[in-house]
Design a protein around this ligand. Structure first.
Ligand code: 13P
Length: 338
């Protein structure tokens, strides 16, 4: 295992306030996103849309890496240039989502909990992705709050799988992005999110340690500590920042180079403002890790709406995308312009 290279890749992904574009929606998720703007989810449309995003001039000034889906890492632009090459030429690092999705957790598949699958054959898949140019990977575990969830069982099985994935990724020379997402769905308050996020992170780092994962060569991709989407009392950005930093200070070792948050259904602006508040507070109080973004929806929503399946709209859509990317880079530095 080349530990130096892993650490270099991980630190490059969070350098200079840059963050990640998550463009790795599964076929089912991208269909839903496309349907919302009246676009049919064909392979060509998916290629055109993602080509538009990664080919945006200047995107590499704000985005350090792009997480791709299996289909996309194999695709090329209409002129035959592989999308991976376009990403590299723009100064960004290609990454790959390797999990096979969150599946109902046995033995109570109606219990509303999931375990993320995809470990079988993963060593071979990593070798293939590395040969295609991927230098980092992503695996997402999901936990919901409410009705006795998340259970210890859900926390344990997902932590175990995340650590097995992370160990295999590092063995193949890819930086694992470890993504345990505590969902913001529900009416719970921010303290409930704090408690469950803390429990999840503790279990994840216990397993990463137990399975020999080198913490200097991973990135953590968590939810922010935030009020439930339907809570009547919504915590303000400074409270989100204070609780988020307190939670991760307790649970995430200083050896981890960076924490890159998911947007998780926050509005575009909300995700940016909260990240800015987190970084302003971290600068004041000190924090051992870089704190940046790995956003899917919060980076893409405006661009997708503007594109709406018509490549004649590509220029305007790219401008919308670049605006969100630039704002999030400012937020990752704690310098969001008012
Ligand atoms: P969102 O920012 O839309 O939550 O997506 C990030 C991601 O990669 C989820 O796995």
């Amino acid at each position: 295992m080349d530990t130096t290279r892993l650490h270099e890749t991980a630190t490059a992904l969070v350098a200079d306030g840059k963050g990640l574009l998550a463009a790795d929606e599964s076929t089912g998720s991208i269909r839903k996103r496309f349907e919302a703007v009246g676009v049919e989810s064909t392979e060509t449309n998916r290629r055109d849309y993602r080509h538009m995003l990664v080919g945006t001039p200047g995107v590499g000034d704000h985005i350090s890496g792009v997480i791709l889906f299996d289909e996309t890492i194999r695709q090329a632009a209409p002129d035959g240039t592989p999308l991976v090459r376009l990403i590299e030429d723009a100064g960004m690092i290609p990454g790959i989502k390797v999990d096979k999705g969150a599946k109902p957790l046995a033995p109570h598949p109606d219990g509303g909990e999931t375990v993320t699958e995809g470990l079988d054959g993963l060593r071979d898949r990593f070798h293939e992705y590395a040969a295609m140019g991927a230098r980092f990977a992503k695996w997402r575990a999901v936990y919901s709050i409410g009705g006795g969830r998340p259970t210890d069982r859900c926390i344990q099985v997902n932590a175990h799988a995340l650590a097995r994935y992370a160990a295999l990724a590092q063995e193949a020379g890819l930086v694992p992005i470890v993504e345990p997402e505590v969902l913001m769905d529900g009416s719970h308050n921010i303290e409930a999110c704090f408690a469950d996020t803390e429990a999840v992170q503790r279990a994840v780092f216990r397993e990463l340690h137990a399975q020999g994962v080198m913490l200097e060569g991973i990135l953590l991709k968590p939810n922010m500590v935030i009020s439930g989407k339907d809570a009547t009392d919504q915590a303000d950005p400074d409270t989100v920042a204070e609780r988020t930093l307190a939670c991760f200070r307790r649970t995430v070792p200083a050896a981890v180079p960076g924490i890159v948050f998911l947007s998780g259904g926050q509005g575009d602006e909300q995700a940016t403002v909260n990240l800015d508040a987190i970084n302003r507070r971290a600068r004041r109080d000190g924090a051992p890790w870089s704190l940046s973004f790995s956003y899917g929806r919060a980076l893409q929503q405006a661009a997708l709406k503007t594109w709406a399946g018509d490549n004649d709209n590509a220029e305007a859509a790219r401008a919308a995308f670049l605006e969100r990317a630039e704002a999030n880079r400012q937020a990752a530095l704690g310098q969001l312009a008012a």
